[in-house]
Structure formats: structure tokens, C-alpha cells
Design a protein around this ligand. Structure first.
Ligand code: GLC
Ligand code: CA
Length: 552
């Protein structure tokens, strides 16, 4: 398999909130088609579609009721083919979301499976007479009683997301057939949802009772047949020039390396989560103040840990996390922190992913009532934890943690509904009220905008072998306010300096750069570019970012 993905960057589309092309208030493939030039102009090389298949939307597409079709809200297969072909014409690869840990309970397989123990679909799911003590990650206990079948089925996520029984060879054949279906249409790869959960421990032992929500994790993460099953799927992908990135919730570096290298290699890349926990513990809901040291530790762990062995995926946002400016940056120093955060991750070693709206610095929405939130996990968290706190405090927790904070309609311009849909329509979800200040159109015309800064960064990566493939070296790891790292390839060194604070902070030059002439090639603070001898002790403005280039 070729490694074209190493030089790429991806744009993630969560279609429901991206662009509405037919005026019903819901994003769709007609809208996507119209925005393909925008995506190409950003300078990315590919698109990852979060699920666009038929789905009752209990988990907004991650509960699939037909793997080989398009949700009627979003278009049809013909329209998808048009988008795919046009994307290819523009030089963009397209990868699909593959969600095979579970289906929707409305999937015909489940509907059949419920009916009894002796039909062809009986063993497609995990049925037991007695549940164990596992919690679901999204909704209460992980087992739900089905009165038709007279048994309990396992759902690690929502009740409407029954887990597939991957130990059944027929289920694995279905997965192969799904892969072929989309690959034959011409898609270029898959982002594989919770792929480290698909093999469960035989016997389903009880989990540790003191680990609420994740007590079953040791028995369903990296399960006994995980590499075998994923190798089987890999074999199909190997027949195409296709790329696979797995989502690995709670994965460790050691465990990720097993998927990414060695004899059981079954994925090209993995989405890891360590760096997303610099202001929370395990889920955004367990919030704590942002710690740059934690962030740097996580980044360095993966940069060094995969170096020479595998390839990193780089991201700060997606449809599962609140907006990054609202978390690791500052809504007050909005432009500064938005551009700084871009600098901090786009120049790491790996393949960057940009989530729709991140490139214009969209921020979290704040909704007034829990009923206004659409995401099942936000509602559960609200009703599961901290019940004695005041309503205001509980809502605040949701505001900082909810996936919905990043699922608001894309802000295209300052017209009604931010240009996401036609003025007469009602968008399916709330538009952030800041859209008159934060939108694509305005930023396109502003040289200093976050949008144009992203473009610049992506262009710089493309033009530099050092930034694409160079080694990563972290400097001054104990600095609590500044993230400083180097990329080096042959005699070209880049030094990336990012301040994560609203205060003015002194910055020190790492010793090896002392007395050298560096060229400032990127600044988010309006410094003029040019060759200069950098002074070792200077000051960084709030959320300032600089990139220097050196030839040693
Ligand atoms: C992944 C998806 C998330 C979904 C979950 C269950 O984490 O990214 O959106 O809710 O899997 O499918
Ligand atoms: Ca629509």
C-alpha cells in the first residue's frame, strides 16, 4: 500500500451542519458539492465524511440503518458519486466513516435478530440471558432487555446502537462487502469508528465496579481477536490503493503501535486522545483547567513514540469535542489563539485533520436549557453526574463539554442563518450568535484572518520536506506557558514557538539556536518576515506564535 496519506491534510465534514443545498435546513451533498472549491482552496488534499448513511440519528449518523446507501436528508448514491468525482477532479481524496462496532437498532439485521434464536441474523448481535455489570458509555447499563427476543443485547454506546457480534464470520463478511461497495465506487479509504472495541472478551466478565461508565473497558478494548479481525478487513483494503485510519478511544501508545506496525499491522494511522485531555479527564465532562504541560507531554509522547515506526494523525477538533479556541485558547484573544493553535499542531510530524469551522475559529455555543441539546451523551452526562449542583453549574459543564458545542451550522457569511441555509428555512440546529463576527466570507477578504492563516500554514507544509517528514524535537519541556519544538531534516531546521497564555511571557531560545541567524517565516503577531539574529531573551505577546527557519 502506498503512503500518499503522509503528505496530505484532511478536512472533516459533519454533513448535517456543513451546507444546506436544497433549502430544508439540513446540510447535504448538494451543499457539499457547491463548497468543494472552498475546500480545495483551503489547501487540504482530502475529505473525511462523518457518516452520511441512512440513520435514525440517535447518534447523528453513528447509528447506521443501511451501510450501502445515503441518508435521504443528504442526497442519494448518484449525488454522492457526483461529489466524489468532482472531488477527485479537484485532486481531493475522499474517505468514509466505517462504523462497524454497532448498527442502529432499526437496521434490518437487528430487526431480524430480535425475532428469535434460529434465523440467519440471530447471531449478528450479542445476546445474553443475563447481563453483566458493564456500563454503557452513552446511556446507563450496557445491556437492554428486548421483549420480543426475551434476551438482553449489548450496547456499549446508546440503546439504539446494539453492538455487532464480530465473532460471527457472517458479520465479518458483511463488513468486507461494505468495504468493497464503497471502494468500488471509488472512495479512497476509511476512518474506522471505535475500531479498538470490535472484539469482546469471551465470557463477558464483570468489570471493576469503581470505574463508572468505563468499567467494562478492559474487556472490550483491544479484545482477543482484534488484530485478526482487522487484518481480515485490511486484506480487502490492500486490493485497492486505500488508506485506513482508526479511531482509538482510550488507546495507549503501546497498544496503538500494535495496530500500526509489526506483523499484525492493520491500520495506517490512529486517532489518539491523550492530547485532548489537557483540560479534562477521559471525557470533556470531567473538566479541569487547561495545562500546557499535560498537552506538551501528550504530544511529545506520540511524536517520539511513533517516530520511525508509524505515522501520527494530528487534530485538535472533530465532531466529538468542543471547539479548541474555547478550550485551549481564549475567546477574548480569539484571533491570536486561533492562529497560535493552528501553528502548534499543523507543523508537527503527521497528517493533519481540520474540522469544519475550525479554520475560521468557530467557538462553542452556549444554550440555555438542557432540552436544547441534541446529543445523547450530553443529556446522559447532565443526568448522570453532579446532580446536587445548581442548574447553572450543571449547564455550564455541558457548555464546556458538549459535542453539540462544535456541531452548530457552519458560518459562511453574515446573512440570516449564517448563510448555512436559505433565509426562509429553519436550520436543524442553533446557529452560534457570533456568526456576524465569525464567518467565512469576512475572513476571505481579510489577510490577517484565521482562515488565511490556515491556508498559509498548509502551504508552508507542502513546500517543505522538513515540515512534512522531518524529525520532531521538543525544547524547554518544563516551560508552563510556551510550547517550543523543532523539526529537522538534513540541514534545514524549523523552530516553532507558541505562547499559550494571555500574559506577556519571556521566551528563551534553545541553546543550539543561540547566535544563529534564523529567518522568521511565519508570525501571527504581525512581525515582519526576514532574516534576523534572534535574541535569546525576548517577549511573546498573548498567544503569539512564531516559526523560524534555520540552515545549519
Ligand atoms: C465515535 C464517534 C462518535 C460516536 C461513537 C459511537 O467515537 O466519533 O461520534 O458517538 O463513536 O459510534
Ligand atoms: Ca438540505
Amino acid at each position: 500500500m502506498s503512503d500518499w496519506y503522509k503528505k496530505m491534510s484532511f478536512y472533516q465534514i459533519w454533513i448535517r451542519s456543513f451546507a444546506d443545498g436544497n433549502g430544508d435546513g439540513i446540510g447535504d451533498l448538494w451543499g457539499v458539492y457547491d463548497k468543494l472549491d472552498y475546500i480545495r482552496d483551503l489547501g487540504v488534499d482530502g475529505i473525511w465524511f462523518s457518516p452520511i448513511y441512512p440513520s435514525p440519528n440517535a447518534d447523528f449518523g453513528y447509528d447506521i440503518s443501511d451501510y450501502k446507501n445515503i441518508h435521504p436528508d443528504y442526497g442519494d448514491l448518484e449525488q454522492f458519486q457526483k461529489v466524489l468525482d468532482r472531488a477527485h477532479e479537484l485532486g481531493l481524496k475522499v474517505i468514509m466513516d466505517l462504523v462497524i462496532n454497532h448498527t442502529s437498532d432499526e437496521h434490518p439485521w437487528f430487526q431480524e435478530s430480535r425475532k428469535g434464536r434460529d434465523n440467519p441474523y440471530s447471531d449478528y448481535y450479542i445476546w445474553r440471558d443475563k447481563p453483566n455489570n458493564w456500563d454503557s458509555l452513552f446511556e446507563g447499563n450496557a445491556w437492554e432487555y428486548d421483549s420480543l427476543r426475551g434476551q438482553y443485547y449489548l450496547h456499549i454506546f446508546a440503546k439504539k446502537q446494539p453492538d455487532l457480534n464480530m465473532d460471527n464470520p457472517a458479520v465479518r463478511s458483511e463488513v468486507e462487502s461494505i468495504l468493497r461497495f464503497w471502494l468500488d465506487m471509488g472512495v479512497d479509504g476509511f476512518r474506522e469508528d471505535v475500531i479498538n472495541f470490535i472484539s469482546k472478551k469471551e465470557g463477558f466478565p464483570n468489570g471493576l465496579p469503581f470505574l463508572p461508565a468505563v468499567n467494562g473497558l478492559p474487556y472490550y478494548k483491544d479484545g482477543p481477536h482484534i488484530y485478526e479481525y482487522n487484518r481480515q478487513f485490511r486484506k480487502v483494503c490492500e486490493q485497492y490503493d486505500c488508506f485506513q485510519i482508526g479511531e482509538g478511544p482510550m488507546t495507549t501508545l503501546q497498544s496503538a503501535l500494535k495496530y500500526l506496525s509489526g506483523p499484525q499491522k492493520c491500520l495506517d494511522m490512529m486517532f489518539s486522545f491523550d492530547h485532548m485531555m489537557a483540560d479534562c479527564f477521559y471525557t470533556e465532562y470531567m473538566h479541569r483547567p487547561f495545562s500546557l504541560t499535560k498537552f506538551k507531554k501528550a504530544i511529545s509522547k506520540w511524536q517520539y513514540g511513533l517516530s520511525g515506526k508509524a505515522w501520527n494523525s494530528l487534530y485538535l477538533e472533530n465532531h466529538d469535542h468542543p471547539r479548541i479556541i474555547s478550550r485551549y485558547g481564549s475567546e477574548v484573544f480569539w484571533r491570536e489563539s486561533g492562529t497560535m493553535l493552528a501553528t502548534a499542531y499543523l507543523f508537527l510530524q503527521g497528517t493533519p485533520f481540520i474540522y469544519q469551522g475550525q479554520e475560521i475559529g468557530m467557538t462553542n455555543i452556549r444554550l440555555g436549557r438542557i432540552e436544547h441539546y441534541a446529543d445523547v451523551s450530553s443529556r446522559t452526562n447532565f443526568n448522570r453526574y453532579h446532580l446536587k449542583d445548581s442548574m447553572a453549574k450543571r449547564l455550564h459543564r455541558i457548555h464546556v463539554s458538549s459535542r453539540d458545542s462544535a456541531r452548530t451550522p457552519m458560518q459562511w457569511d453574515d446573512s440570516p442563518h449564517a448563510g448555512f441555509t436559505v433565509p426562509e428555512a429553519t436550520p436543524w440546529f442553533y446557529v452560534n450568535r457570533n456568526y456576524k463576527r465569525i464567518n467565512v466570507k469576512m475572513q476571505q477578504g481579510d489577510e490577517k484572518s484565521i482562515l488565511n492563516y490556515y491556508k498559509k500554514c498548509l502551504q508552508m507544509r507542502k513546500n517543505s520536506r522538513t515540515l512534512l517528514i522531518g524529525d520532531y524535537i521538543e525544547h524547554l519541556p518544563n516551560d508552563k506557558f510556551v510550547f517550543t519544538y523543532e523539526r529537522v531534516w538534513q540541514d534545514i531546521h524549523y523552530l516553532i514557538i507558541c505562547s499559550f497564555t494571555r500574559a506577556m511571557v519571556p521566551f528563551r531560545l534553545p541553546d543550539k539556536f543561540e547566535g544563529r541567524h534564523g529567518q522568521l517565516v511565519l508570525s501571527n503577531a504581525g512581525h515582519s518576515h526576514g532574516k534576523e539574529k534572534i535574541r535569546s531573551v525576548g517577549f511573546l505577546k498573548p498567544y503569539e506564535a512564531r516559526v523560524y527557519r534555520f540552515r545549519f
